[in-house]
Design a protein around this ligand. Structure first.
Ligand SMILES: *Cc1c(COP(=O)(O)O)cnc(C)c1O
Length: 486
């Protein structure tokens, strides 16, 4: 075992140093100027380590992690695509990193211009009138969007509309956001072909419906072919259409939610627009609206004056604030860089390439993994476990075995429509060679499941830790290692 195979946290040796600080010329002043209540009684208990110790410690920890920069990451519904390094370079320019959110708008014109230009680019891509970039994540965008929907009905004095329709294939954040917004969730069923059942939808539509939340392509990677009919029906009963934009990737530059009849949507910049994500952030969930809803957007709104300067506008009819300041600026900078790097000309290749890659993997594996819905998919697709389940190898086992081969697992057990869901999204930024290698490993695991099932059932074997109790890890995380000892 190499010394770094075990995580050593207690590296401190008394007197060891990794720095030299200049002489503290403020010491006398600080001692007299600081109120006694703010002075600490003891020297802080910090680790005493050399620079080598610190650098190796963090580098070795980072090597135990997995990311798009380390390998293929086919996590469906998450769009884990390439994070171009030029994005990082641009957003670390000192003119941006040195900004303070409390600066007056006249001194932050460049940043406000970026905000404004990005919101205009998103409006063009989405086919909607205006975007706020204030929300911090997709789910936060959903809540913001539903608050706009609620505000729209309230301002019209239509107080009966308290229900929101959510398909049974929806991401869990959809019903959760509706509940947080104080709306009642009504489920609409999917047909056997994985798309919304319009006949099941019709009887739900009355004057208590605030709107419907849809993801298109849906979480099975299937385009909702009856979206125009659905839009007509929902608008016909006085409701609005919310578009969950987490799956916007395959539509980029090809078609627009606004043209399909959607009134409100969010975009996950950390999915479609190539900004890093995972581990809970940082994210950004801009929300766009049709013209009639612009005044309800959260405050403050970034506007451009006739003389070309930018200012913060506060709308009287706004639903209020949904975030401190104007959102996650670093994420916006990266997304803006990405959009400008592709430009109108190349952004239209994103969707077709993402779709081609997903269909290539699906067709190459459907003889060993069970494909419940035979159809051309968009950017992602779902298998329902192995085709041959006779040895009892589950989707979880397959996912764990992939870790041994150096791959991040696909999304598993989601969507809930199938018992053994394996959801794969390769994205447009992976090469044919990477896809072929992944297909080969998936086929190998399927073969092992028959020939040596115990090897798969007890995987992973090569990772720093074996199978974890993921629920406890998520719900009761131990964030201070000292708690382990006590
Ligand atoms: C990721 C995702 C969300 C939630 O977005 P976050 O940015 O993770 O909050 C909502 N809906 C779908 C379909 C998603 O894939």
């Amino acid at each position: 075992m190499k010394y770094y195979d075990k995580l050593i946290f207690e590296l401190s040796k008394e007197g060891r140093k990794g720095y030299t600080l200049p002489e503290n010329r403020m010491k006398e002043y600080a001692l007299t100027a600081l109120p006694d209540g703010l002075k600490r009684a003891d020297v802080p208990e910090l680790p005493e380590v050399s620079e080598f110790d610190v650098v190796r410690h963090y580098t070795n920890i980072s090597n135990k992690n997995f990311g798009v920069d380390t390998g293929f990451y086919p996590l469906g519904s998450c769009t884990m695509k390439y994070n171009p390094k030029i994005n990082e370079e641009i957003c670390s320019l000192p003119a941006f990193t040195g900004l303070h959110p409390l600066q007056p708008a006249v001194t932050a014109q460049g940043a406000l211009e970026v905000y404004y230009n990005l919101s205009r680019a998103l409006a063009e891509i989405a086919g909607l009138a205006e975007f706020t970039l204030n929300p911090f994540a997709g789910a936060h965008g959903e809540l913001t969007g539903l608050m706009i929907m609620r505000q729209y009905h309230i301002k019209r004095g239509d107080l009966k509309r308290t229900k929101v329709i959510v398909p049974d294939s929806a991401h869990g954040t959809n019903p959760a956001s509706a509940a947080v917004c104080g709306l009642t969730v009504v489920e609409v069923k999917s047909k056997p072909d994985g798309r919304i059942d319009v006949d099941d939808l019709k009887p739900l539509l009355d004057d208590t419906i605030a709107g419907i939340m849809m993801t298109n392509p849906n979480t099975l990677g299937l385009f909702e072919t009856e979206v125009l009919e659905i839009a007509k029906l929902v608008h016909g009963c006085g409701g609005l259409l919310y578009y969950d934009g987490a799956n916007l990737n395959p539509l980029l530059g090809k078609c627009r939610p606004g043209d399909m009849g959607f009134d409100i949507m969010h975009i996950n910049l950390h999915k479609t627009f190539s900004t890093p994500h995972g581990g809970g952030g940082p994210g950004s969930g801009p929300v766009g609206v049709a013209k009639a809803l612009v005044d309800y957007l959260p405050n403050p709104q970034v506007r451009k004056a006739d003389d070309g300067t930018f200012y913060l506008h506060r709308s009287e009819d706004s639903l209020g604030r949904i975030s401190g300041f104007i959102g996650n600026f670093g994420v916006m900078m990266r997304a803006y860089t990405y959009i400008l790097s592709l430009g109108k000309e190349y952004i239209k290749y994103v969707g077709p390439l993402a779709t081609l890659n997903a269909n290539y993997i699906k067709e190459s594996l459907k003889d060993c993994y069970y494909l419940p819905i035979e159809s051309v998919c968009k950017h992602e697709f779902v298998f329902d476990g192995l085709k041959d389940k006779s040895t009892g190898v589950t989707t979880l086992d397959v996912a764990k075995r992939l870790l041994d081969y150096g791959y991040h697992a696909p999304t598993i057990y989601f969507p809930l429509l199938f018992h053994q869901s394996i959801m794969i999204e390769p994205t447009e930024t992976e090469s044919l060679e990477t896809l072929d290698e992944f297909i080969e490993v998936m086929r190998k695991v399927a073969k092992e499941a028959i020939e040596c099932p115990d090897e798969v059932k007890t995987a992973p074997h090569n990772t720093p830790v074996r199978r974890l109790d993921e629920t406890t890890a998520a719900k009761h995380p131990i964030l201070r290692y000292r708690d382990l000892a006590h």
